[in-house]
Design a protein around this ligand. Structure first.
Ligand code: FES
Length: 84
């Protein structure tokens, strides 16, 4: 059951708009981070998050949290793969 909830949450986050002003979804941000774009400023240049009317007041904290979580997951997966 937990696996289903986790995958459902990931699916919802992929379609959920993180940068509301620019209609940029979590999936778009995740795809950019997977390509190695790992700072807010780099994401701003690459996919234009934070360039809307609110000037990133609404989305910046959420995006920075996503970047932090992504980096922590990368560290965890590197440690896990080193064990195997
Ligand atoms: S929500 Fe991202 S710029 Fe306004």
């Amino acid at each position: 059951m937990r696996i289903i909830l986790t995958s459902q949450r990931k699916l919802i986050n992929n379609f959920k708009k993180v940068c509301i002003c620019r209609s940029i979804t979590g999936g778009t941000i995740m795809a950019a981070m997977s390509e190695g774009v790992l700072s807010f400023e780099a994401l701003r240049r690459k996919i234009r998050v934070g360039t809307g009317n609110c000037k990133a007041k609404r989305c910046r904290p959420k995006i920075e949290a996503m970047i932090q979580e992504f980096k922590e997951n990368q560290k965890t997966s590197v440690k896990t793969s080193a064990v195997h």
